[in-house]
Design a protein around this ligand. Structure first.
Ligand code: 8X3
Length: 247
């Protein structure tokens, strides 16, 4: 029997990352679950027969440890670690929030991609999937720091695809809209559950993490010559960033 193909998922401790790790494992990948919270990824890795590696994507040293743990060959990298911090207008936003969002959503993706590119190359059939956002396509009030960062994720992805053209590595971005996860909005609003819940108030069936994971699994299982450049995925109730049906 041939060795299973290997996938790395960052931010695998919850939400889209954890769901993606499960989906890729079900598709036959050996999944390296990377995140800061070791208790969670150890449990997940145990459940899916994968490997847990503690990793803070904003630290190059920590990412070097991830690359060591992965070894010489990698087939799929899902750069999922990211997040939004704060929702203040440009006039009063905290620059530290903006810095933190750029750090994790853009530089984190850069660090991990740089560290794992040699192993992706060595596979002879590599794939990078960056988890962007519809916030990387448009602006909205109070979203300045996050939209700027996710536009950065989008441009990084596009640039990488241009630079790797001719190599056996595909480069994709998935850009989800409204996804109800346990943590995204709670983190954004600094633990304020009421504010977090209000985002999804009355929205019939926002996406859940498994919907996005399912799409990532689809991207990762296309034939090698098929590159899904970008995939925008929203709930039916969200026709555009500001156009949300609520009941
Ligand atoms: C999440 C989508 O609408 O909160 O990446 O910016 S949104």
């Amino acid at each position: 029997m041939s060795e299973p193909r290997t996938a790395v998922v960052t931010g695998a401790s919850s939400g889209i990352g954890a769901a993606t790790a499960r989906t890729l494992a079900a598709a036959g990948f050996r999944v390296v679950c990377a995140a800061r919270r070791t208790d969670r990824i150890e449990q997940l890795a145990g459940e899916i027969g994968g490997v847990a590696v503690e990793c803070d994507v904003t630290s190059r040293e920590s990412v070097a440890g991830l690359a060591d743990a992965v070894g010489g060959v990698l087939h799929v990298l899902v750069n999922n670690a990211g997040g939004a911090f704060g929702s203040d207008p440009v006039a009063s936003a905290d620059p530290e929030d903006w810095r933190a969002m750029y750090d994790v959503n853009v530089l984190g993706t850069l660090h991990v991609t740089q560290a794992l590119l040699p192993a992706l190359r060595a596979s002879g059939d590599g794939l990078v999937v960056n988890v962007g956002s519809t916030a990387g396509r448009i602006a909205y009030e109070g979203g300045g720091g996050y939209t700027a960062a996710k536009h950065g994720t989008q441009v990084l992805t596009e640039t990488l695809r241009l630079e790797l053209c001719g190599e056996p590595i595909r480069v994709s971005e998935i850009a989800p809209g409204m996804v109800r996860t346990d943590e995204f909005s709670l983190v954004r609003f600094d633990g304020d559950q009421e504010k977090a819940d209000a985002i999804y108030q009355g929205v019939p069936d926002p996406l859940v993490a498994e919907d996005v994971a399912d799409a990532i699994g689809w991207i990762a299982t296309r034939p090698s010559h098929v590159n899904i450049d970008e995939l925008v995925i929203r709930p039916r109730a969200q026709a555009a960033q500001h156009k949300v049906h609520r009941v």
